[in-house]
Design a protein. Structure first.
Length: 293
């Protein structure tokens, strides 16, 4: 398409403006040279002045008919001087200027990384802000990890009148790699983990549960323990009078730090002879997970 004059700009345009520091004078200097006063819109105390009658201008010289006072507010707009920018003026873009495809046309994500950002509206500032996923979910939601569940892998003999650590050796799952299912102390996540213990590397409150099935021969105590480090946190006790297998279940919420606290399962019986602790997830098991706070 042909046209006469300057080529239209593919950008946003605003007129240049100049503020003056007023004093008792009629002479002022312009930031931009003009051919005459008609290229200026001059305002004194927010009232537009008439060119030629109230002022004249040539080059960078502005001359007033009457002197201003130091308390006057004076500025001019250069009618022939426009500024161009590729950025839209602040606050000029509304919902009607934005197509729905700006969102719907983007790739749909099914997961979000910790350092990915989300867009939120800050009501106190009346502005859009961005925030990383890590900061956005801090203190809310989360996952119940570390977490584990493990069984007694094979029947275990519990000696008479002896507190014995249960050989929980068959893992069902271990999210975070914090359960030691071996018979010796080992290092997990940089922490020393005793045999058959859960040693989380994250501090917090944990739900720990145990269940057991032990043979009996009558008239004795059968006790299951949840032990934190060397302290008994919970126990379940049965006194048998008939001579039968006894099932027990116990659970506790316990505070664990992520620098070496551990929990394990122990059994005790005083039948006068050794008794059998039965294996399998339906019989003897230990589990635990971090509680979302």
């Amino acid at each position: 398409m042909s046209y006469i004059g300057k080529e239209p700009a593919d950008s946003f345009i605003s007129f240049a403006k100049q503020d003056f520091s007023t004093s008792a004078t009629t002479s002022y200097t312009l930031d931009n040279a003009v051919a005459n006063e008609n290229e200026l819109a001059l305002f004194i105390n927010f009232v537009r002045q008439e060119p030629t009658a109230a002022y004249t201008a040539s080059g960078t010289t502005l001359t007033l008919t009457s002197a201003t006072a130091s308390t006057d507010d004076m500025y001019c707009v250069y009618l022939g001087q426009a500024k161009q920018t590729v950025n839209a003026p602040d606050g000029s873009v509304g919902s009607s200027q934005v197509a729905a495809s700006i969102i719907t046309g983007q790739t749909a994500e099914t997961s979000i990384a910790t350092d990915d950002t989300v867009l939120i509206h800050d009501t106190s500032a009346g502005a859009l802000r961005k925030m990383t996923r890590a900061n956005f979910v801090s203190g809310i939601g989360g996952t119940n990890t570390p977490a584990f569940a493990a069984n007694l892998g094979s029947h275990q003999t519990i000696s008479n009148n002896t507190t014995t650590t249960v050989s929980i050796s068959t893992e069902l799952f271990d999210v975070g790699g914090c359960f030691n299912h071996t018979s010796s102390s080992t290092t997990l996540n940089g922490l020393t983990a005793p045999a058959y213990s859960f040693t989380p590397n994250e501090s917090g409150k944990y739900l720990i549960g145990i269940k057991s099935l032990m043979s009996t021969n009558g008239n004795h105590y059968n006790i299951s323990y949840i032990v934190k480090n060397t302290t008994n946190m919970m126990e379940m006790q049965n006194q048998d009078e008939q001579g039968a297998r006894r099932s027990q279940f116990a659970s506790v919420i316990v505070e664990l730090n992520g620098t070496g606290d551990y929990v394990k399962m122990q059994m005790y019986q005083n039948s006068g002879s050794s008794q059998t602790l039965y294996a399998g997830d339906e019989h003897t098991q230990m589990f635990g997970y971090k509680i979302i706070e």
